[in-house]
Design a protein. Structure first.
Length: 380
């Protein structure tokens, strides 16, 4: 019996302990609800931290409103008022603020002041639409080679050795293309057709040959004489800027000991003086009803206008030399040289017709006789 009472007592003690444990657990639940649910979770986490600080303060105010709108859109992009069209904008700034590749950069791709690097970067790596005057005497040799891509050696192979060009200092225009020459000396001509200045013996020989072959009335049309040293250029003439009734003449020092070549060059250049002088061509005309040349509008009854009407306004194709096919001015000059230096052709080819064209003018036939006599060292 005593043992059973002890067992009953133990059971009651166990029940009391269980009841006390339950009471403690319920008290802890109350504490958790008050501090965790109400204070921490609802007030601090849900309301204060999540809504106020994260959603309202951080996300809406700082991120959306302050950072995104004010700092990014307004301050960085809008208030940082950068001119994407400004030529002073560096490449790095343009790439950063305006885009990685130039599209709307307002730069004048036709400007001669634009560097090659800027042109390559902004306008394209190779010249396509660069509106540059390849005939300009002010165009440098480097710019001509870069933009106009003229192969002078190829040109000479095609058109031969006899070159007539309009020249300005050391920049010459040959068939509409600029090439470079070497002027050894430039000499004004006195009223007595003597050269002013100090000449070498060879330079004097060139001028003496011109004066000996060409009648005085045409020698008087020369205002200045240039001596050149160029393996590709025999000579040239161009109208004097200071006196449009006169010409500047150039002859090549290399031909001083080659009378055949020199005679041909002199007569060829004389043909330009005869056909392009102020009595034949009206300088500076705005528009032409006749043949238009760089020198101006040809008069209706001029030699070159008549020659052009007869041979260049038709399909007739025949030339006395390869170089004559360059243009009508070179054609008439080469044909005149053949008219003077050769016998009258008996055939009827287009080239023969061009030579015989000059026999229709008695004054030119007379001039032919005088020149041939001067070359032969006799006089009529």
């Amino acid at each position: 019996m005593k043992k059973m009472r002890l067992n009953h007592l133990s059971c009651w003690l166990l029940i009391v302990l269980l009841l006390l444990s339950s009471t403690i657990i319920l008290a802890q639940d109350d504490d958790d609800d008050e501090y965790y649910d109400d204070e921490y979770s609802d007030e601090y986490y849900d309301d204060e931290y999540d809504d106020e600080y994260y959603d309202d303060e951080y996300d809406d105010e700082y991120y959306d409103d302050e950072y995104d709108d004010e700092y990014y859109d307004n301050e960085y992009d809008d208030e940082y008022d950068i001119d994407c069209d400004s030529p002073d904008l560096s490449d790095d700034d343009y790439d950063t603020y305006c885009g990685e590749y130039y599209e709307d950069y307002e730069i004048d791709c036709e400007s001669l002041d634009l560097s090659d690097d800027d042109f390559d970067y902004y306008c394209g790596s190779y010249y396509v639409e660069y509106d540059i005057d390849c005939d300009s005497p002010d165009l440098s040799d480097d710019d001509f080679d870069y933009y106009c891509d003229f192969d002078y050696e190829e040109y000479m192979d095609e058109f031969g050795d006899f070159i007539e060009i309009d020249a300005f200092d050391d920049n010459f225009i040959v068939g509409g293309e600029t090439v470079s020459g070497n002027v050894l000396g430039e000499f004004d001509i006195s009223d007595t057709t003597d050269l002013e200045g100090t000449l070498t013996g060879a330079e004097q020989q060139l001028w003496d040959a011109f004066k000996r072959i060409v009648p005085a009335e045409w020698v008087n049309r020369i205002s200045s004489f240039e001596v050149i040293d160029d393996p590709e250029t025999s000579g040239y003439v161009y109208i004097d800027d200071n006196d449009p009734t006169k010409f500047v003449l150039a002859l090549n020092i290399e031909e001083v000991n080659d009378s055949t070549e020199l005679n041909h060059t002199i007569v060829h250049e004389l043909a330009h003086i005869i056909t392009l002088n102020s009595a034949q061509v009206s300088n500076g005309s705005a528009s032409c009803s006749t043949l238009a040349l760089d020198e101006g509008c040809t008069n209706s009854n001029s030699y070159i206008n008549q020659f052009n009407s007869q041979f260049w306004e038709t399909d007739a194709d025949g030339f006395v030399s390869d170089y004559a096919s360059t243009d009508v001015a070179e054609d008439i000059a080469e044909s005149f040289a053949a008219f003077v230096l050769n016998n009258k052709p008996a055939g009827n080819s287009v080239a023969d017709q061009k030579i015989n064209f000059f026999y229709n003018y008695p004054n030119l036939v007379q001039l032919r006789q005088e020149i041939r006599a001067n070359i032969a060292g006799t006089s009529n």
